[in-house]
Structure formats: structure tokens, C-alpha cells
Design a protein around this ligand. Structure first.
Ligand SMILES: [Fe+2]
Ligand SMILES: [Fe+2]
Length: 181
């Protein structure tokens, strides 16, 4: 079973790959629209499961975990605001690429923060079986996670636990009706 860091790293690399493609110049408008939609889905699922399962453990187990978590949740909330706006625009809109670049900068910073500041600390306090157990939880939770940003739902783990499944069900219905993948 892949551990928590392998599971999260796979998502981070995927997001970074999508950002590089989106910021590149070789995509058609249709491809750009599709990649941004995939980015929104991937990011929404990733942050939702982190907020439900990852940050509570950081808060609990890591020294200084409250502060580390607070900063990360702020970054995640800001990211959701931008993605929410981006999801309502088409690539032909003047603000589209501006929002893409705002999100890309913030997302890269957030990923580096998690990987460099948080992961080493959590890694040092979890046993290998605990790391694997958390990896499994995250991978499972992703199957039923919200696929849209929901900036109005607080990023706190408690709120995510209650609101996450509701948001995920609403998203699924909207995805089915709109033919979104
Ligand atoms: Fe995150
Ligand atoms: Fe992350």
C-alpha cells in the first residue's frame, strides 16, 4: 500500500504537470478549457481529502502543528476562491489567464510549503504502518470527494467532515447533468 506521501505526491506532480501545460503556449482553446476543468477537479478532491484526513493528524501529532495547519488552510481557502472564479470563465475572457497565473503561483508555493515544511515533520512522527494507513484513507476518500472548490465551506477539518459528503453529492449530480467528466 502506498504511504500518505506517495499518494499526495502523485497528486502534486499531476497538478504541477497540468499547470505547466496550461501556462504553455501549445494548447488550443478547447484543450485549455479541458485542462483547467481537470485542474479544478483534481485540486478540489486533493484539498478536500487533505482537510478531512491529513491536517487533523498534523494538528494532533506534529509539534507546532496548529500553526502549520492554519497557514496551509489559509492557502487552500485562497486557492479555492481563485479556482471558483476561474471555473466560471471561458478561456476567451480577458481575466482567464490572469487568474490562471495567480492560481499557479499560489499552488506552487502551497505545494512547496507542504512538501518542505510539513511532510518531513509528519514523516518523523508516524510509523510506516501509520503512514500507509493514512495513504489508504486518503486514496479511499478521493473516490467520494467534492469535484468543485466550494470556497464558502470553511477549510477546517470539522467543517469538511460534515459538509464534504454533501458537497460531493451535489457536485456529482451537477457533473452528471452537465456531462462534465
Ligand atoms: Fe493542500
Ligand atoms: Fe497537497
Amino acid at each position: 500500500m502506498p504511504d500518505v506521501f506517495v499518494v499526495l505526491e502523485k497528486d502534486h506532480r499531476k497538478v504541477q504537470g497540468l499547470l505547466a501545460e496550461i501556462e504553455g503556449t501549445s494548447l488550443s482553446t478547447q484543450q485549455l478549457k479541458e485542462r483547467v476543468e481537470t485542474l479544478i477537479i483534481e485540486e478540489s478532491k486533493h484539498e478536500a481529502v487533505e482537510e478531512t484526513h491529513f491536517w487533523p493528524l498534523v494538528q494532533d501529532k506534529v509539534e507546532g502543528g496548529q500553526e502549520l495547519t492554519k497557514k496551509a488552510l489559509n492557502q487552500e481557502s485562497e486557492g479555492k476562491e481563485v479556482l471558483d472564479q476561474l471555473g466560471k470563465l471561458s478561456p476567451s475572457d480577458a481575466k482567464f489567464m490572469e487568474l490562471v497565473s495567480t492560481f499557479a503561483g499560489a499552488a506552487r508555493e502551497h505545494i512547496a510549503y507542504e512538501e518542505e515544511q510539513v511532510w518531513p515533520r509528519l514523516r518523523s512522527v508516524l510509523t510506516k504502518p501509520e503512514q500507509e494507513d493514512l495513504g489508504e484513507k486518503l486514496a479511499d476518500a478521493k473516490q467520494h470527494a467534492p469535484t468543485r472548490p466550494h470556497p464558502n465551506t470553511p477549510s477546517s477539518p470539522a467543517a469538511q467532515k460534515v459538509m464534504g459528503p454533501v458537497a460531493a453529492a451535489t457536485d456529482k449530480a451537477r457533473d452528471t447533468m452537465s456531462g462534465r467528466k
